[in-house]
Design a protein around this ligand. Sequence first.
Ligand SMILES: Nc1ncnc2c1ncn2[C@@H]1O[C@H](COP(=O)(O)OP(=O)(O)O)[C@@H](O)[C@H]1O
Ligand SMILES: O=C(O)[C@H]1O[C@H](OP(=O)(O)O)[C@H](O)[C@@H](O)[C@@H]1O
Ligand SMILES: [Mg+2]
Length: 361
Amino acid sequence: MAEESPSSRKSNEIEHKVYARAGLLGNPSDVYYGRTISFSLANFWATVRLQPSHHLVITPHPTHDLVQFSGLDHLVNRLQSEGYYGGVRLLMSICKVFYNYCNENNIELSKENFTLSYDTNIPRQTGLSGSSAIVCAALNCLLDFYKVRHLVKVEIRPDLILSAEKELGIIAGLQDRVAQVYGGLVYMDFNKDHMEKLGHGVYTPMDTSLLPPLQLIYAENPSDSGKVHSTVRKRWLEGDEFIVSSMAEVADLALQGQTAILEKDYSKLADLMNRNFDLRRSMFGDDALGSLNIEMVEVARRVGAASKFTGSGGAVVVFCPDGPPQVKLLEDACKEAGFVIQPLKVVPSYLNEDDLKTLLG
Ligand SMILES: Nc1ncnc2c1ncn2[C@@H]1O[C@H](COP(=O)(O)OP(=O)(O)O)[C@@H](O)[C@H]1O
Ligand SMILES: O=C(O)[C@H]1O[C@H](OP(=O)(O)O)[C@H](O)[C@@H](O)[C@@H]1O
Ligand SMILES: [Mg+2]
């Protein structure tokens, strides 16, 4: 299962690449002690580079952390489309979480400093987990720079990545981070007992070759996962019966999906994907999901394909049960609607030997 980790080292520089992820079934129940099946995709990735340096420096990205504008209209347009934040706060936050975790667990860190910089081609805030890709790649750099990879268990790493985002007030779940730490296709069970006893879920890598060809549709339409989740989260915490039972049904789709994928029962997979989106829609409501996002799902369904969000909105994973002619119909429909469509490329697992050793210990 292990492939070489997508990292590289030039003299004493460290670079890690982490791919976008798609939730195939069960999301967003990961935020609610549920189950999901998710995978990393080679279509998009973020890279973080670490270079040893005298001071500790977090380098702003020239475009994602823009602070120089041609004028007020440029500044205001930019804030309206992309919000106030780029990746700098993500890098700072994972440094803090990593440092605290090492302190609390008696993992000694040398006194050396570094400069962190990042780049990403993951379409911003489209539910492809651009945020945790940056955080995960930074964590990988820190693990290697301080040579502590063997001391930080693989199952714990998604929690560290999530803590870094929670620290910033981003409402998020673990599925993104698990898919991005493990790579490949992973079945995840976030059962409450396990989560409380072990401090993490139970993660089972699956063979990526079991998946049928899948398509990705997305639009440049940033949506904030925190905002999308906040009302449903509040209702769930209050014990709202409809939300609690619907979320349990979403979690069950991943359980059924695991069997369907293992048996290559793709018509069942299509039904489960569609049901997944229908349940999300009934819980979150059309206003929170946004008409453009709903249209991306609908465009696929109009050609008879199965479709659902990869994350909280912005991108859609599609399965065309009738094969290439149906994919062609879908491409034409997307072109007309102004959506980008491309075949999904699933990344195999990229845990290395040191990572695998921590799973045994
Ligand atoms: N492509 C990106 N470049 C820079 N920062 C990003 C990017 N995508 C996300 N972020 C940062 O992560 C935060 C949370 O993003 P989120 O809503 O979770 O989007 P995603 O679905 O891509 O993970 C953003 O507010 C921003 O600070
Ligand atoms: O709503 C979802 O399906 C996911 O939303 C977040 O992911 P994002 O890529 O930021 O949209 C969240 O982090 C995930 O855990 C949810 O499953
Ligand atoms: Mg995110």
